[in-house]
Design a protein around this ligand. Structure first.
Ligand SMILES: [Ca+2]
Ligand SMILES: [Ca+2]
Ligand SMILES: [Ca+2]
Ligand SMILES: [Ca+2]
Length: 262
C-alpha cells in the first residue's frame, strides 16, 4: 500500500490500519517514507507499507491515517469516513500451473436430460482431462462460492483417465455417493471453480441464466469458450450432432445414461 501525504507543518506519522475479517478491530502498522518500503524515494511524501499475506478468499479491510506534525496532532483519514467507511478487497487465488483438467460442461437446469443413480434430474458438472495421461484429482476442490473455496473436496482415489471425463452431481445429495457436491448450480447463473490441493485455481467458469435441458460446454472440447448447446453428458462436447459418434465415458463409476438426441 502507498499513500501520497503532505501537510503544511510536516508529517508526524502515517499509519495503515487493516483487518483480515469484515468485522472487529483493526491492526495498525507504520507506513514509511524512507525509500525502503516500496514508497519511491526517501522523503518524497509517498509512504509505503505491506500488508501480511492472506489465504485466498479472505476479505480484507483497511484505511490510512495521516497525523500532522502539530501540537494537536490533527489526523486525516482515507477514506475520510474511516473507520466506519473503509476500503475492502478479497484475496484472489493463484492460478494453478499445468493441471490439464478443465471444467468442460455444466448443466444448471436439468429437467429431463439425464438422471443420477437415484433417478433425480439434478445439476451436474463435467470435468475433462486434456492430457493423454491419467490425472489424480484427489483432494482437489469444487465450489460455487469464491469466499468458500474448499467447499467440496473431491474424494481420494479420483483419477481421470487420459482424455477421460468425470461427472459431479451438484445436488447436495452427499449421501448418494462420492461424486455428489454439497452445492447446487443456480439456473440464474453463478461462478464455479475447480481448485487443486493448495487451493490454486485449475479452472473456473462464470455462467449466466441457463436454458432448461441445454448444456453449457467448452467448444472445442476441453479448450474452447463456453457455448449453449445440446448436452453431452460425460462425452465429447464436439459431438452434438445426431450423426456424430459419441465418445464413451471412461471414467464414470456409475452407469452412464445417454442424453436424448435432438
Ligand atoms: Ca517515499
Ligand atoms: Ca440427486
Ligand atoms: Ca450454487
Ligand atoms: Ca460433455
Amino acid at each position: 500500500m502507498t499513500a501520497q501525504v503532505s501537510a503544511a507543518n510536516g508529517i508526524f506519522g502515517v499509519h495503515l490500519f487493516y483487518s483480515d475479517r469484515l468485522t472487529g478491530n483493526f491492526t495498525a502498522i507504520n507506513m514509511f517514507d524512507d525509500g525502503q518500503h516500496h514508497d519511491g524515494a526517501a522523503a518524497d511524501g509517498l509512504y509505503g507499507a505491506s500488508l501480511p499475506g492472506q489465504s485466498a478468499g479472505v476479505w480484507m479491510r483497511f484505511y490510512i491515517e495521516a497525523v500532522a506534525n502539530t501540537t494537536a496532532r490533527s489526523a486525516s483519514y482515507l477514506p475520510a469516513g474511516a473507520e466506519h467507511d473503509v476500503f475492502v478487497y478479497q484475496v484472489q487465488p493463484q492460478p494453478a500451473t499445468s493441471v490439464p483438467v478443465a471444467i468442460n460442461e455444466l448443466m444448471a437446469a436439468n429437467a429431463s436430460t439425464v438422471t443420477d443413480e437415484t433417478g433425480d434430474y439434478d445439476d451436474w458438472i463435467e470435468l475433462f482431462n486434456l492430457s493423454t495421461d491419467p490425472v489424480d484429482i484427489s483432494g482437489f476442490f469444487l465450489t460455487d462460492n469464491p469466499a468458500n473455496l474448499d467447499k467440496f473436496e473431491i474424494p481420494a482415489g479420483t483419477v481421470i483417465p487420459g482424455h477421460g471425463y468425470q461427472i459431479f452431481w451438484a445436488d447436495e445429495d452427499g449421501m448418494d455417493g462420492p461424486y455428489h457436491c454439497n452445492f447446487k448450480l443456480s439456473a440464474g447463473g453463478e461462478q464455479i471453480y475447480l481448485l487443486d490441493t493448495s487451493l490454486a485455481i485449475v479452472d473456473s467458469v462464470t455462467f449466466g441464466a441457463q436454458v432448461t435441458d441445454f448444456g453449457y460446454a467448452r467448444v472445442p472440447n476441453g479448450s474452447g469458450n463456453f457455448v449453449v448447446q445440446t448436452p453431452t453428458f460425460a462425452a465429447n462436447n464436439n459431438a452434438t450432432a445426431v450423426s456424430e459418434t459419441r465418445e464413451t465415458a471412461r471414467s464414470c463409476t456409475y452407469s452412464p445414461i445417454q442424453p436424448p438426441l435432438y
